[in-house]
Design a protein around this ligand. Structure first.
Ligand SMILES: [Zn+2]
Ligand SMILES: [Zn+2]
Ligand SMILES: [Zn+2]
Length: 489
């Protein structure tokens, strides 16, 4: 409803692909919704970035111009960006090939290194980063001041960062939403005390941003927003109800606004959710399971949408999902209940959960299918490793061991030759035959899947340590599945 025709593709809901639900820039993110998203494909740094957004808040007012929205978005982005590129880099452990912040590249080795805890503090480097941060802030705020004085957007560009154009892009994708009736109603109901969680003046956002910066960089005290979690949950649910209210008329619309008002008055989300479910029984409204699945646990609400997770799993473990549906098991419901909050792709998380909850054929199939779709490679290996024998696994390769011939069995499943059964909600599959199998799955430079069999009788440790493959290394190097620790210089 709020997407201009020029941005038509943003109006399409994102589509699952190989177990990944992509999040387009400025599609899902809202400055006015202080909830950290948890996209398992995001880097860990994203959490602190979004926490920082919550601390800074945003600016909105009823008579705001598009340039106001653009500049408000720009100011709200300042400290989260400074945190990402400068402050977070202080004492951050990285892989040997990366010394500083990454722009677009995602480096799994850096993620693993950072998970080991902070690096020893190098004070000279820390001071340099703090000075760079201060310089960035000064230049950005000078450009914002110029923008406001001249009433034309004045950029400040650093690397690939341009908060001015980001702000304009935000105003473009969110303009219709930010000026909608629903947003006005939201403000009337929830945005009642400027300076607490939101601002109505650009100067006030700038001041708050600098206070957050001082708190992070210098440990200065910061006044927290009032209300805590319950307040942000009410905002989230309230925005959902009001968004739906834009699509309906008359008494249903009034009823939805009434439900949002009850949240604003402090009524428990569960009671409002019940009232919504009753309303949706006789009105053309989204299913309660869909609208009320906020994605995190709230008493009396569905939390995460089983249907949405199921839809995602169909794109990464299609055979297993088909068997699961044929048998009518409740596997997916159980998975959603027990799924862990990890930055691991959906298919791999599902396979790992099956391995814990129901070790056996279903888990093998899920692991096999997920690996075929999520395996990756390092495009540069084929170029740089010419003729060299590798000694380490290429990033993104999957190393699999099964007590039976799972690849051949998967083909039989595809032909419809395997009959599944549900027992106590669990999925029971007849055990596959064939000898134990071991394989490595990767992807070559042009993105083609590469699968290599390795002898199943090798000691299990080969899965982590490629060197145990000995004589097989040249053939695997040829396929781009293993690489040298160092390339010839
Ligand atoms: Zn941001
Ligand atoms: Zn790295
Ligand atoms: Zn110019």
């Amino acid at each position: 409803a709020w997407v201009s025709e020029a941005d038509a593709e943003l109006a399409q809901p994102p589509v699952w692909e190989a177990g990944v639900l992509p999040e387009a820039k400025y599609q899902a993110f809202r400055h006015d919704l202080p909830l950290g998203s948890f996209h398992p494909g995001h880097r860990a740094k994203w959490s602190t970035h979004e926490l920082c957004h919550g601390l800074v808040g945003f600016a909105w007012r009823a008579d705001a111009s598009p340039l106001f929205h653009a500049t408000a978005g720009r100011l709200a982005e300042l400290v989260p960006v400074v945190l990402w590129y400068f402050l977070d880099e202080v004492g951050l452990r990285r892989c040997p090939r990366h010394a500083g912040p990454l722009f677009r590249t995602h480096c799994p080795a850096c993620e693993r290194a950072a998970a080991l805890g902070p690096a020893p503090m190098e004070s000279a480097r820390a001071e340099e980063l703090l000075a760079e941060a201060a310089r960035f802030v000064d230049r950005e705020l000078a450009a914002v001041a110029r923008t406001r004085r001249l009433q034309i957007p004045c950029p400040h560009v650093w690397g690939s960062i341009d908060l001015c154009s980001d702000g304009v892009a935000y105003a473009a994708s969110h303009g219709l939403r930010l000026t909608s009736d629903a947003m006005h109603t939201f403000a009337e109901l929830f945005l009642t005390r400027p300076g607490d969680g939101f601002q109505t003046e650009l100067d006030a956002v700038e001041e708050r941003a600098l206070a957050v910066l001082a708190a992070i960089a210098e440990g200065a005290p910061l006044t927290p927003w009032t209300g805590g979690r319950a307040r942000w949950v009410a905002w989230d649910l309230g925005q959902r109800l009001l968004q739906v209210s834009e699509e309906v008329d008359g008494s249903v619309r009034d009823a939805l606004v009434g439900l949002a008002a009850r949240l604003a008055e402090g009524e428990a989300p569960a009671a409002v959710a019940d009232a919504y479910a009753t309303l949706a029984e006789d009105a053309p409204l989204p299913q309660p399971e869909e609208l009320l699945a906020l994605g995190y646990a709230v008493q009396g609400l569905p939390g995460r949408s089983v249907d949405q997770v199921h839809e995602g799993l169909r794109t990464v473990c299609p055979l297993l999902c088909e068997l699961e549906e044929d048998a009518g098991s409740s596997l997916i419901e159980r998975f959603v209940e027990e799924d862990r909050w990890e930055r691991v792709p959906l298919g791999d998380r599902f396979a790992a959960w099956l391995e814990r909850a129901y070790p056996g054929p279903a888990a093998w199939l899920a692991r096999f299918e997920a690996s075929l779709r999520t395996a990756g490679g390092e495009p540069e290996v084929e170029v740089l490793a010419e003729g060299e024998v590798g000694s380490r696994w290429v990033e993104g390769t999957r190393r699999l061991r099964f007590p039976a011939d799972v690849p051949t069995w998967a083909e039989a499943i595809e032909r419809g030759e395997v009959t599944p059964e549900a027992r106590d909600g669990a999925l029971v599959l007849p055990a596959p035959g064939g000898p134990p199998t071991a394989l490595v799955v990767g992807r070559d430079r042009v993105g083609e899947l590469v699968i290599a069999d390795v002898p199943a009788e090798l000691p299990e440790a080969w899965v982590d340590d490629a060197r145990l493959l000995g004589d097989l290394l040249p053939a695997l190097a040829e396929l781009g599945l293993v690489a040298p620790e160092r390339y010839r210089g």
